[in-house]
Write a protein that binds this ligand. Structure first.
Ligand code: AGP
Length: 600
């Protein structure tokens, strides 16, 4: 998975491309490169981080007012100079950047090799400039040749193509990988996502699957690459500002986004009530309801499962997207809610595709307007967390939970169950952002001290019950992703069924103790691990009664049980962040992970 950018206008392209690439680095950062046109094609690329490559190759000084760039996360061919994008044709006239995977590249490569084309890289992408060149040699212009090439490709591809022979344009193509065009005055931008261009424009056009666009400095012409038919589309205005996509004074995006959670929740709670009502109706009209999601979004879905059960007596099956094909039992009376902050997670898109094929109706909850999932759904619902740059999801989790709590209230109403608790919840939700703000400020220094004591742990176990269970799963995921400490979250009741054998003198155990019925039981689970010498940290609702029973206590002011996910997740996120920084690691760029997982 990678990020691509492009610029055509009246300013030097290189500094604009470089800055846009820097903003897309979260999509991949094992190599990068740029190509510009200035009389001839100029290409510079290498393995490594963009800043280092720029220092070495002076990307910023590349000439020309038209160019494309790429930041890579290898899928075919190891990270190396030769495998880095842009890729060029044998004549050195066409440059291509690509995000996605070309599934039939071996077959195309063989065809091109048989026609005398030489390949230098191990990538799937390199077939593209050669294929375009093949069609150009047959007499077409650039647009027509790209179109013919696109029709031969199978798989997922967002492409940007420039040519020394037609130096005033970029040709963009989209199939199953995101591609956004930004409209400036006398200049057009292209990128894999919106924040990469926000400092220049907030007027965007989102290319759809099966479309290509010809970009010149003052014009965008969109066509279907299958039929060649022109597509008319009005640009949309994005409300995000460039500053929203910046670090805003925090040392890392991860910390900034943890602190942005109250705002993310506040904005999400402003989602149109009709949207919530439509979603509640969509779910309650179905005979069977599945929530599908991956990673953090899956944990938000589990929180919703508890909330819907407790508040509305409404059962849903929550399934990890990549397993849905194995166990989903779907027909025309099934409703599927796909939860995905990016809207681009391949496993979730595939689950939705399968559900649709079996006749189910699909709704989605996403943070990215115009993302792929929105085009596959009968009903589109949005969280409003703003752009999340850090690889670890934090504020989008809070936004998803907030939205889904509101949904639980709506579903309860739709089922005639809006009793006093429901009304309390509905009005209490509004005060949550302020409580979260206060919690963040108070918890941060305390959790930082706790982090300094846990930073050398080899294993951390997290236990929770009820609505605390999805939280310990999410806490463990945060710890794994950025601290690299082995962490395991489990229902506290499961300890005695096996994991207790791993608890010995000094093993760190974090007990998440929200308010609610299961509190008494988890206190006895704490005793169980204490008896085996565990170092127990409790994160507890009004935890006074736990003093003396645990080694450390992080007490959270009392709140309604169903609000606790939004408060209890904060110390777990902060803990992962502070341990990571104390270990000298970069929380914004965890090894082996990327933000959007657009491959299965
Ligand atoms: C969360 O910290 C992870 N980076 C990851 O598990 C993520 O939640 C998962 O890939 C799902 O992403 P989505 O919400 O964009 O579909």
């Amino acid at each position: 998975m990678c990020g691509i950018v492009g610029y055509v206008g009246n300013r030097p392209a290189a500094p604009i491309l470089l800055e846009a690439l820097r903003r897309l680095e979260y999509r991949g950062y094992d190599s990068a490169g740029m190509a510009t046109v200035s009389g001839r094609l100029v290409v510079r690329k290498d393995r490594g981080r963009i800043a280092d490559i720029d220092r070495k190759l002076k990307l910023v000084e590349m000439p020309g007012k038209v160019g494309v760039g790429h930041t890579r996360w290898a899928t075919h061919g190891e990270p190396s100079q030769v495998n880095a994008h842009p890729h060029v044709d044998n004549a050195g006239k066409i440059a291509v950047v690509h995000n996605g995977i070309i599934e039939n590249y071996l077959e195309i490569k063989k065809f091109l090799q048989d026609h005398g084309f030489r390949f230098v890289s191990k990538t799937d992408t390199e077939v593209v400039p050669h294929l375009i060149s093949f069609f150009l040699n047959k007499g077409g212009n650039l647009e027509e040749s790209v179109r013919r090439a696109a029709r031969r490709l199978r798989g997922s591809f967002a492409l940007a193509v420039i040519s020394a022979e037609e130096p005033d344009k970029i040709i963009a193509v989209r199939q199953d990988s995101p591609l956004i065009l930004g409209l400036g005055s006398g200049e057009i931008f292209l990128a894999s996502d919106i924040p990469a261009m926000l400092q220049h424009t907030n007027r965007v056009l989102i290319l759809e699957n099966g479309e290509m666009a010809v970009l010149t400095s003052d014009r965008v012409v969109i066509r279907k690459f299958g039929s060649g038919a022109e597509v008319r589309r009005e640009p949309m205005v994005v409300k995000w500002t460039a500053e929203m996509a910046e670090k805003g004074g925090y040392p890392h995006f991860t910390l900034k986004e943890i602190f942005q959670q109250p705002e993310a929740v506040q904005d999400t709670l402003r989602a149109p009530p009709e949207e919530l009502r439509r979603l509640a109706k969509f779910l309650t009209n179905a005979r069977r309801v599945y929530f599908v999601a991956c990673g953090t979004s899956y944990h938000a879905a589990l929180v919703a499962k508890y909330a819907l059960a407790k508040l509305a007596g409404f059962p849903v099956e929550v399934v990890i997207s990549s397993e849905f094909g194995e166990i989903g039992s779907v027909d025309g009376k099934t409703a599927v809610l796909a939860i995905t902050q990016s809207g681009e997670t391949a496993d979730t898109l595939k689950a939705v595709e399968a559900a649709r094929a079996a006749g189910a109706r699909v709704a989605c909850l996403t943070n990215v307007v115009g993302s792929s999932i929105t085009r596959m759904s009968d009903l589109v619902c949005c969280t409003h967390a703003g752009p999340e740059v850090s690889v670890v999801a934090t504020k989008t989790f809070a936004a998803q939970v907030a939205y889904l709590l509101r949904l639980a209230v709506e579903v309860a109403a739709a089922r005639g169950r809006s009793g006093p608790r429901c009304r309390r919840l509905a009005s209490g939700l509004k005060s949550l952002p302020e409580i979260m703000r206060k919690n963040l400020a108070e918890l941060d220094p305390r959790v930082r001290r706790l982090a300094s004591r846990l930073l050398r742990a080899e294993h951390i176990y997290l236990i929770g019950r009820g609505i605390g269970y999805p939280l310990v799963l999410e806490g463990a995921l945060k710890l794994k992703e950025i601290t690299y400490i082995h962490s395991e979250g489990m229902p506290a009741g499961e300890l005695k069924h096996g994991t207790l054998a791993l608890i010995e003198e000094g093993t760190p155990v974090i007990a998440v103790v929200p308010p609610g019925g299961s509190r008494v039981k988890i206190v006895s689970n704490v005793e169980e691990v204490k008896a085996r010498g565990a170092h127990v940290v409790a994160i507890a609702d009004n935890g006074k009664d736990l003093e003396g029973h645990v080694d450390e206590l992080i007490s959270i002011p009392h709140t309604e049980e169903l609000f606790s996910p939004l408060l209890f997740i904060i110390p777990l996120q902060l803990l992962a962040y502070h341990i990571t920084v104390a270990r000298g690691q970069d929380p914004d760029r965890p090894r082996s992970l990327a933000k959007s997982v657009t491959v299965e």
